[in-house]
Design a protein around this ligand. Structure first.
Ligand code: SF4
Length: 694
């Protein structure tokens, strides 16, 4: 404040980092942000914020921002700055040329969970209505796509069941594969407050996260399972509940499909699912597993919160269904303090999925093969839609290698750094004849691009983000787009140049179209959001003020459905040459691949990614704290510094992925979730050796 002077005006908006979706007041002096002040009225944060959100504006005006569109013939040519009209007509001609040469299905797009609902909606509309196929996917593919699948199968909709405030009434919190004090700090603090008030905590995680043991909070159980054993562990917990008579029979009888329940009960009661039989596999002492299961089932309101440690596995979807089974069996669904709650990584993961970014689903999670649904969209969009699902992101890369998918539009996502098996991704991008990147910076993916369309930061956007509790928050511009164009306008111009007419006067009109086409958004408009602050979907005529708690009187799908969750071991195995398991995560001061936080004051707190290694594993390799080490898997290798730590059990190492120079995804493999292809980032067999580099 001293440096910039006192603010002249302020703009109410939403943090663009994690899925908590904190509301802020951007205090401005002209076009300069003086400071970000968390909003006391903010539905998700009630006046709180974290170190990421408070310094978020730093990247928006960073010197690395690109404000001009740029084009080049080959990726080895230098970039040429051009006007918007030239960039648009060049991009359109290039996409059309690829389609003319390789067919209608040879191009597609990837939407970004960093962008607004309105920006995502127009990109998926571009692919379906203008490209004429369903080759659209979202970066949620690599994080929470198993949540979408698993919760839809069991409960009937792809969303968390509770609002954040619900945790205030939880008596037992089962936290699986999530580290909320680092990944979702404002909600992590709220959870911690509830724990300090006496709620019990069960942590199921290979890593000893801070919540296991921190001032005034001690987890009752740390079920320190081996990476890859999630499903065996959740089955063991359910086995105890079923065989010890802890099922909430009244809830199951009234609310669930009893045929499916009986089938599941018979499966889960088999001895092979018991804590004793699975102990060697999970690494969790059977006695702890039994006691933890009893606590969750009988300790009052039991709430499950989970993160990417659940989803980013070859059985991610199975694990999500396993947790839903647990909640239904114990009656922990449909009231405050309970539920199954994904902690979403990015600010708009929920929204990008809601907006129809999956190749098989139109907005509102309705299958593209449904003739009646497609007809509604066709009438509004005046375009014939393809009834066949399109390519998922990994399929796009495979098809590029085969020469059948040759043009890609990437919205605000650095796939060359964030997707697994970097070499495979970059080879695919290199093979394509038209790569268009819309982003703030020349990121790693832009290395392979032919067209760069400069994007806008959250401070320049007008629209909405939907957070992890389905809360639709307004994002308001604190300044005009520094690029001269809103991102949705760029998309409209691009498709118009391709021959499909798409026009909106403002972002509010896009939301009006979303509401018209999406039943769960039917009661949403900018006017209403501005009046009420925020709304949690479903929001329609029946519930005009939105829905904080889901499945209160019945499940969205009717009866809750128990799913068989057979454990299947990952194909990724340790060996003599790759004897350790690598797992990955985040740190408080950084956000995902760090494209934003590395360009803010946050970088000072965490200037490089490090590899946490157990003291015994380090000693065996002659590795000391701070040594440079080589990390190698079957697909690639990198170099980073070692941090000796007993947070991980022996045999397991851990790193973050915030810095491209270390590029942890050089070593992660292409194994993925059986149902959704979400990459198995959390289990990679590796070797660690002392590096010869100085
Ligand atoms: Fe809130 Fe997440 Fe932003 Fe932190 S990063 S201020 S917790 S939305």
């Amino acid at each position: 404040v001293i440096e910039h002077g006192l603010p002249e005006h302020s703009v109410q908006t939403t943090c663009a980092y994690c899925g908590v979706g904190c509301s802020f007041r951007a205090e401005m002096q002209g076009d300069t942000v003086v400071r970000m002040v968390p909003d006391k009225e903010g539905g998700a944060n009630e006046g709180h914020s974290c170190v990421k959100g408070r310094f978020a504006w730093g990247y928006a005006t960073h010197q690395d921002r690109i404000y001009n569109p740029m084009i080049r013939e080959r990726i080895t040519d230098p970039w040429r700055a051009v006007s918007w009209p030239e960039a648009i007509s060049y991009a359109a001609a290039r996409l059309l040329a690829v389609q003319a040469k390789y067919g209608k299905g040879s191009i597609g797009g990837i939407t970004s969970s960093r962008c607004t609902n309105e920006e995502v909606f127009v990109v998926q509309k571009m692919v379906r209505a203008a490209f004429g196929n369903n080759n659209v996917d979202t970066c949620a593919r690599v994080c929470h796509s198993p949540t979408g699948y698993g919760l839809k199968q069991t409960f009937g909709t792809s969303a968390g069941t509770q609002d954040f405030a619900s945790v205030d009434d939880s008596d037992v919190i089962l936290l699986i594969g999530a580290n909320p004090t680092d990944g979702h700090p404002v909600f992590g603090s709220r959870m911690k407050k509830r724990l300090r008030q006496g709620a019990k905590l069960i942590v199921m995680d290979p890593r000893r996260i801070d919540l296991v043991r921190s001032p005034h909070v001690n987890a009752q159980f740390h079920l320190q399972l081996r990476p890859g054993a999630n499903v065996a562990a959740v089955n063991a917990m359910a086995h105890v509940i079923v065989t010890e008579g802890l099922v909430d029979e009244a809830f199951v009888t009234e609310r669930c499909d009893l045929v499916e329940f009986d089938r599941w009960r018979n499966f889960i009661a088999e001895t092979r699912n018991s804590p004793e039989e699975t102990e060697a596999l999970t690494g969790i002492p059977a006695a702890d597993m039994r006691a933890a299961a009893r606590l969750y089932a009988t300790g009052g309101n039991g709430a499950i919160y989970y993160g990417l440690g659940v989803t980013e596995h070859s059985q991610g979807s199975t694990m999500v269904m396993g947790m839903a089974n647990l909640a239904m069996a114990t009656g922990n669904i449909g009231r405050r303090g309970v539920g199954v709650n994904p902690l979403r990584g990015q600010n708009n993961v929920q929204g990008s999925c809601d907006m129809g970014s999956f190749p098989h689903e139109l907005a509102g999670y309705r299958h593209v093969s449904d003739d009646a649904v497609r007809q509604v969209f066709e009438e509004v969009w005046q375009a014939a839609l393809d009834p066949e699902p399109g390519l998922r992101i990994p399929n796009m890369f495979d098809a590029a290698a085969e020469g059948t998918f040759m043009g890609l539009f990437v919205q605000g996502e650095d796939i060359a750094q964030s997707d697994p098996n970097t070499h495979h991704v970059t080879s695919a991008l290199e093979a394509m004849e038209c790569v268009i990147v819309q982003d703030l910076f020349l990121n790693e993916t832009a290395t392979f691009a032919h067209v760069f369309l400069p994007g806008t930061s959250f401070l320049e956007k007008d629209g909405t983000f939907t957070n992890a509790e389905r809360r639709i928050n307004r994002v308001r511009p604190a300044m005009a787009p520094k690029t001269g164009k809103a991102e949705w306008q760029v998309i409209c111009d691009l498709v118009t140049a391709m021959g499909y007419s798409m026009r909106y006067d403002n972002a509010a009109q896009i939301m009006d179209e979303i509401a018209r086409l999406t039943p769960t958004f039917r009661g949403v408009s900018f006017e209403k959001l501005d009046r009420l602050g925020s709304l949690q979907w479903p929001c329609d005529d029946a519930v005009p003020l939105g829905t904080p708690l889901m499945h209160v009187d019945g499940f969205i799908r009717g009866k809750g459905r128990f799913m068989i969750t057979e454990f299947v071991a990952t194909e990724e195995r340790t060996s003599r040459y790759f004897p350790l398991i690598l797992t990955t995560g985040r740190i408080l001061s950084h956000y995902n691949v760090g494209a934003q936080t590395r360009r803010t004051a946050n970088v000072a707190w965490h200037p490089e990614d490090m590899l946490e290694i157990h003291p015994h594993d380090a000693e065996e390799r002659g590795v000391r704290d701070g040594d440079l080490i080589s990390l190698a898997s079957r697909v690639g290798g990198t170099t980073l510094r070692a941090r000796i730590s007993d947070r991980m059990p022996q045999g397991v190492v851990y790193t973050t992925f915030h810095h491209p120079v270390t590029g942890a995804n050089v070593v992660t493999t292409e194994h993925s979730d059986w149902a959704t292809n979400c990459p198995e980032y959390k289990v990679t067999a590796v070797q660690v050796t002392r590096s010869n580099q100085p």
